[in-house]
Design a protein around this ligand. Structure first.
Ligand SMILES: Cc1ncc(COP(=O)(O)O)c(C=O)c1O
Length: 400
């Protein structure tokens, strides 16, 4: 598709890249959710899972228990349904939920239950300074909040989205666990992108290098009373959500709430999810690839002069438009830049969801999410298109 065709398409869709049909986007980095993307590599993997499910059915419950060390599981259609169950079941109006910078759906459910998100990211989480575990919590702030305020739950997201895909550390989660025990406050983890987070722990945390990914994952999950997850990012499946818990009363409550609060995963999809979880080597290999690809894309764009925020996250590249002089006076810099990038390269990004406290919002950040399984040659083609743009439009920093 030519630049003129893309420009015409954008015009038809009011200049909003989010409204473009999937078939018109050469490089779709608007999300890493297999549930929301349409792409041949996802269709091909889903076809494999369906074939395996027909030939040699697997027991989903067995594979859930093998991967995630909790007693009870509720499997939903989407991750946000699992979150809705958790926050409805644990609702304590007027209480606080201590957390790092989450994807917005968890926060929305807290607020629906009249609970207030208390964001306590580690100092400098959003600053462009090198540090391996910017997803960690500010432990002193957490301790103070637990001692002085009405905190009913601690909720931590692996590979913190609001911080641009920054990892949590095992030492950090263990310290949170010690505080959660001392104050009798439950600790739940959003394990949507746990595998890349474990890879980053293995690569960067003192003492972790000799441990397998499975050991690191079990050590993280052993800190928690339970977890939620969207299965469409790390787990190689185009849908699904998970609530896992040790608590029998919470499980009973979640099951009772399910018809009203969420949607259970359909039987045919449960059969495919079982196959996805059974094929753990695929998940580990693909997560390692996606981590590498994300770093590669981010470093490449930075070398071309694009305003890449560092450190680069585990699943996405953040472009910080506050670094683009020509955008300072644009009415809607994010939409303008997304449209410009799509028109010239065929790449689609999305606005970044930051934190909810003003200090943690980043309205000038754009997110380029790299989905699991993204074909290597397409990634190279995307960076090639960005390189041509950087060359052909020397005034590109000003959107010339
Ligand atoms: C960390 C995280 N948790 C939960 C969700 C919600 O999952 P779903 O889209 O399956 O409802 C998302 C979606 O992107 C996410 O990134």
């Amino acid at each position: 598709m030519s630049r003129e065709q893309r420009r015409a398409l954008l015009k038809q869709h009011g200049g909003h890249v989010g409204q473009l049909p999937a078939g018109t986007v050469a490089f779709d980095f608007s999300t890493d959710s297999w549930a929301h993307l349409q792409a041949p590599y996802i269709d091909a993997r889903m076809a494999v899972l369906r074939q395996r499910a027909a030939r040699a059915p697997q027991d989903l419950q067995q594979w859930l228990a093998a991967r995630f060390p909790f007693r009870h599981f509720v499997v939903t259609r989407r991750g946000r349904d699992a979150e809705a169950l958790l926050f409805t079941a644990l609702a304590q109006p007027d209480s606080l939920v201590a957390q790092n910078l989450l994807f917005h759906t968890a926060r929305d459910h807290q607020q629906e239950q009249s609970m207030t998100p208390l964001e306590l990211p580690a100092a400098g989480a959003l600053e462009p300074t090198p540090a391996p575990f910017k997803g960690d919590l500010d432990l002193a702030g957490l301790e103070r909040a637990l001692a002085e305020r009405q905190v009913s739950l601690i909720f931590v997201e692996a590979l913190s989205n609001g911080a641009g895909g920054q990892a949590i550390s095992l030492a950090g989660l263990r310290a949170i666990r010690a505080l959660s025990r001392a104050h009798h406050v439950p600790l739940y983890l959003d394990a949507t992108r746990l595998v890349e987070n474990c890879l980053l722990i293995q690569a960067h945390e003192a003492g972790a290098a000799g441990h397998s990914l499975a050991e690191i994952m079990q050590a993280l999950l052993a800190c928690c009373d339970g977890m939620t997850a969207s299965c469409s990012k790390d787990y190689g499946f185009a849908g699904g959500g998970l609530l896992a818990t040790h608590s029998a009363p919470l499980f009973a409550q979640a099951q009772a709430l399910l018809p009203a609060v969420g949607t259970a995963l359909a039987d045919a999809d449960r059969a495919c999810l079982a196959q996805a979880l059974a094929d753990w080597p695929f998940i580990e290999t693909q997560a390692a690839e996606r981590l590498r690809q994300t770093q590669w894309l981010g470093n490449g764009l930075q070398a071309l002069g694009f305003p890449v925020h560092t450190p680069i996250g585990g699943h996405c590249v953040i472009l910080d438009l506050s670094l683009v002089p020509g955008l300072r006076h644009a009415a809607d810099p994010v939409s303008a830049y997304l449209a410009w990038l799509y028109e010239h390269t065929g790449m689609r990004g999305s606005p970044h969801w930051g934190g909810c406290a003003p200090a943690y919002q980043r309205p000038l950040w754009i997110r380029l999410a790299v989905p699991l399984g993204f074909p290597e040659e397409r990634l190279h083609a995307a960076l090639g298109a960005a390189g041509q743009l950087a060359q052909s439009a020397p005034a590109w920093r000003n959107l010339g």
